[in-house]
Design a protein. Structure first.
Length: 232
């Protein structure tokens, strides 16, 4: 008999979880959410409060100096990551929307973290391929087009320091990863394939966590025990 080592979250319990975290009631995040909601249906792309708190804690615990994200949207993940950076740390944020990132810039400034974030607009894969030689990252957050996830992963991994952490968002796709036929859902099909790939990938250690819409947390393995790449 299998042990049920999980709990089902209804709306009330989910609200309880969100309210029992550090920074609950943060006015900047609350106002950012309200501003994002006015965009309509696309507002669902904003990460929830508990996921933002987790990102900040991970980045802070790792003493991250250099971070990167693909998918800025209106700035919630960038805000969370930037708040966790060590002194002098920097986040490189990649997106292609001037409209959405205009909101992000405003809230990063209000939160006092805009000096820690460099925003680059354009197709993410092109931006990744154009990164400066010798630039490595301690932490990466990917929350963009799902069909591009695998390509982003392969572009990121050589840029990650050994021991560096990558976090993929929306890796459960509302439970649709369990569907048998995904031919008409290319985003979920891409995510399901990547979940399988990450499980078997010997270059990383990974775990799929049922937080928000599912996050895959990956740690790049050390490569032969040699010296860490320069952080410049």
């Amino acid at each position: 008999m299998a042990l049920q080592q999980y709990i089902r979250l209804d709306d009330a319990l989910c609200a309880y979880v969100r309210n029992h975290r550090s920074g609950a009631g943060d006015p900047v995040f609350r106002e950012l959410r309200e501003e994002t909601m006015r965009l309509g249906a696309v507002a669902e792309m904003m990460i929830p409060e508990e996921e933002a708190a987790l990102l900040s804690i991970l980045v802070g615990a790792m003493r991250v100096e250099r971070a990167i994200e693909v998918g800025s949207f209106t700035g919630a993940s960038g805000l969370a990551i930037a708040r966790g950076l060590t002194e002098g740390g920097k986040l490189l944020s990649l997106d292609r929307s001037e409209e959405w990132t205009r909101i992000a810039r405003g809230f990063w400034q209000r939160a006092g973290v805009d000096d820690r974030i460099e925003l680059r607009l354009g197709p993410a894969l092109q931006s990744l391929e154009a990164l400066e030689a010798g630039l490595f990252f301690d932490f990466a957050f990917l929350d963009a087009d799902k069909t591009g996830y695998d390509a982003y992963y392969e572009a990121h991994l050589p840029r990650m320091r050994p021991g560096g952490v990558l976090v993929f968002d929306n890796m459960l796709r509302g439970g649709r990863v369990l569907a048998r036929a995904l031919e008409n859902d290319p985003d979920t099909k891409a995510v399901a394939r990547l979940n399988e790939k990450l499980r078997e990938d010997s270059r990383i250690e990974g775990v799929l966590l049922p937080i928000a819409d599912g996050i895959y947390l990956c740690r790049k393995k050390k490569e032969g025990g040699g010296p860490l790449p320069d952080r410049n």
